[in-house]
Design a protein around this ligand. Structure first.
Ligand SMILES: CC(=O)SCCNC(=O)CCNC(=O)[C@H](O)C(C)(C)COP(=O)(O)OP(=O)(O)OC[C@H]1O[C@@H](n2cnc3c(N)ncnc32)[C@H](O)[C@@H]1OP(=O)(O)O
Ligand SMILES: CC(C)C(=O)C(=O)O
Length: 526
């Protein structure tokens, strides 16, 4: 990166696989680390911290495996300030195309006195020795002054200057215990930039923890003062209350480019899928109201907001859901919704209601919404049909379905459908997987040629008997039709959802809305 572009670019250093993994319950095995590392590469992070090789044989193997299999980003691993850790990390990262050693030593009075039992002089000596030794092997060496946020600024400046002289290429300033306030942290960064000789030769980095919910705010405050690397994790996972959330810091920099004037290389439309992937791998759920990747992050339930959004999205949205890869709903029907959104949804469902009918529906809808958290399209259709009569019968219904899949076999499906004219047709097909085979068999029976453009599976309940919710869209000509179904068997739910979409395509003049009320979900390719 040129000096000029370094000024404008913030390097995203992802530590999901190291500090993130330090969250209780987030340990990942080799295969899982590889899966997440590939997703981080696709997301466009600059540096991936893969682990702490001395922690265990398993982590050593995970780092070594990923190092040999992921190309593109710089791959990094953590070491304490001693030769054994550095040697082991060298071994682990040997296969990496681009590698970085990350060596750390605490600098704060508390850590020096009680944990390390080292004087200031010993800390400086040890840090310099470690960086010099690391530079004998690695071209790219990052030094972190652990607990920098609680270190005397003059002493911190001395340590930073000395490790730069010893050859560090990036110097990281961690707020290890999330103690610092944003104004304090930005002053600290400004102080270091003013007082450390040679600071312009290195990338100044920050690593903030979230103990007081300030990790993102502190990281952004540091960027304003010239920090050009931010360490962060997907979903903000990490030790205790976690780390700076990657998705939040990236979207803040992007959304407020007018304020920060810097860019990242993150493909933001991969943020939501990456967040879901990590959550599925670790089992750590993302809270619904979490910024950027929470289920409610782009949802509006209040009538006044929905009306505003229908008129102009900018009234209540500062980012676009599609820019972070969120394909779920934005306008949720519930007890706070108003007539504008109801009228819109009725139209999207293909009904033409006059003013008095809308008023009547609105009354019934509010009554239902008082008893139900969320009113789904099917609920609304049932209310509408209660006073205008049923719509056309669906053309095709699923009679039976069986499929074969597994290792060493070609997935195949046999499907029997019943048409509303009384015909019963059975056919079979092979596919890339069981869902694909079922879809091909259904296509053969119905003769309808459509393109599957979206397919999502969500678990709507927990446990072994979890209900799978399938939500898909098919394209027929220039129009899109949506189908949804729930079953404990996701193959059956997939077949029913496809039939719903095909039936709509065959007998509806109005396609279903592209975005509706459902929960965001794991994407599974059919
Ligand atoms: C702020 C951070 O997130 S730092 C990273 C924290 N992550 C982890 O600790 C996860 C992985 N850790 C582990 O698996 C283990 O702690 C190991 C394998 C690294 C070390 O295990 P043990 O040798 O049994 O030591 P233990 O963890 O009990 O204590 C830490 C030791 O490292 C020393 N130490 C701590 N930080 C450093 C450092 N940066 N450089 C050198 N030594 C250090 C401590 O003084 C202590 O030394 P001692 O055993 O001589 O008293
Ligand atoms: C190793 C360092 C960067 C760290 O994790 C911290 O200080 O929190």
């Amino acid at each position: 990166m040129s000096t000029e572009s370094t000024k404008e670019r913030v390097i995203i250093f992802d530590t999901t696989l190291r500090d993130g993994e330090q969250s209780p319950g987030a340990s990942m095995n080799v295969a899982q680390k590889l899966q997440v590392a590939l997703a981080l590469r696709d997301l466009g992070v600059d540096i991936i911290e893969l682990g702490f090789p001395v922690a265990s044989q398993g982590d050593f193997e995970a780092v070594a495996t990923v190092a040999g299999r992921v190309e593109g980003p710089t791959l990094c691993a953590l070491a304490r300030a001693n030769r054994e850790d550095i040697d082991r990390t060298w071994e682990a990262l040997r296969a990496a195309e681009r590698r970085r050693l990350h060596v750390f030593l605490a600098t704060s009075p508390l850590h020096r006195e009680f944990k390390l039992k080292m004087s200031q002089e010993e800390v400086v000596r040890r840090a310099v020795e470690a960086v010099s030794y690391a530079r004998e092997r690695f071209e790219d060496v990052q030094f972190s002054a652990e607990d920098a946020g609680r270190t005397e600024p003059e002493f911190l400046a001395e340590v930073v200057e000395r490790v730069i002289e010893a050859g560090a290429t990036t110097v990281n300033i961690p707020d290890t215990v999330g103690y610092t306030m944003p104004a304090q942290f930005s002053s600290l960064i400004a102080y270091l930039r003013r007082h450390v000789r040679g600071i312009e030769r290195v990338v100044l980095s920050v690593h903030c923890h979230n103990d007081l919910g300030l990790a993102v705010a502190n990281s952004l405050a540091a960027v304003v003062e010239g920090a050009r690397q931010v360490e962060c994790t997907i979903n903000g996972i990490g030790e205790r209350a976690g780390n700076c959330a990657l998705e939040e810091v990236v979207m803040a920099l992007r959304t407020r480019h007018d304020f920060f004037g810097v860019r990242t290389a993150i493909r933001t439309e991969r943020l939501y899928p990456t967040s879901r992937l990590l959550s599925n791998v670790t089992g750590l759920q993302v809270q619904r109201n979490k910024a950027v990747v929470g289920q409610n992050a782009f949802a509006h339930e209040a009538g006044i907001h929905q009306h505003g959004v229908l008129m102009h999205r900018g009234t209540y949205e500062i980012m676009r859901a599609e820019d972070v890869g969120f394909t779920g709903n934005s306008l949720v029907l519930g007890k706070h919704s108003g007539r504008h959104v109801l009228r819109q949804r009725v139209k999207e469902l293909g009904y033409e209601l006059d003013g008095p009918q809308i008023d009547k529906l609105f009354e019934e809808f509010k009554r239902l919404a008082d008893h139900k958290k969320e009113v789904f399209d099917a609920d609304l259709e049932a209310l509408i049909q209660g006073f205008i009569g049923p719509r056309e019968q669906p053309a095709w219904k699923l009679e039976t379905l069986s499929c074969v899949s597994g290792v060493g076999t070609v997935p195949s499906a046999t499907v029997c459908l019943e048409h509303s004219d009384g015909r019963r047709v059975r056919d079979a097909a092979c596919g890339d997987g069981p869902v694909d085979a079922v879809f091909k068999a259904v296509e053969r029976i119905t003769g309808q040629q459509v393109r599957l453009c979206r397919y999502q599976v969500t678990s709507v309940t927990d446990g072994e008997d979890a209900q799978g919710h399938v939500d898909l869209e098919v394209e027929s000509g220039t129009r899109r039709f949506r189908g949804r179904a729930v079953s404990t068997d996701i193959i059956v739910a997939s077949a029913r959802a496809l039939l719903e979409a095909l039936n709509r395509a065959a007998n509806t003049t109005t396609p279903l809305p592209v975005s509706s009320h459902d929960v965001p979900s794991m994407e599974v390719s059919a």
